[in-house]
Design a protein around this ligand. Sequence first.
Ligand code: HEC
Length: 155
Amino acid sequence: MKKFLLFFALSIFFFACGGDSAKDSSSSNAPKPKSMVADEPADDGKGIGEITHVDLNDPLDAAMVEKGKGIYEMKCAACHKLTDQRVVGPGWKGVTKIRKPEWIMNMITNADVMLEKDPAAQELLKECLVRMPNQNISIEDARAVLEFMFQNDAG
Ligand code: HEC
């Protein structure tokens, strides 16, 4: 009986301890510099969402670029420039070089969850202080915007 109580007490202790340290590590994530966040083992850089693999076109698909440009002008240009200048959100110049295509498409189609859970998206939110809205962009449309981003970075 004594043994059982001891075991019981210990398991509560460990449980509580585990809970606390989990909390600690997530709150101490906040002030970490970018470089450390990128090292987090669970983060494969592809972001969180439906998109786990993107096949890229080489050369770029001109029709997709054109479609993506239209979507950009209608739904994104208010907050994103094509240079590296930040307006509401970061400028898109170079985005295809610093992010994986899967990450970009997850950010477009699943912004809410990305801002909640993805370390790189959370870093951006800290810089921009505005939450990118989820605009119900279909995966096909997001893929066209991605093609347009590659064009923007190529030229
Ligand atoms: C209301 C302003 C707003 C609109 C409209 C908007 N975004 Fe954003 N976007 C942001 C902000 C702000 C961020 C930075 C993350 C944050 O703070 O939410 C961001 C981040 C991003 C990023 C990550 C950029 C990087 O440097 O890693 C991508 C990609 C992106 N947006 C794509 C889009 C696309 C595609 C559209 C149009 C379909 C769009 N955004 C429309 C505000 C906006």
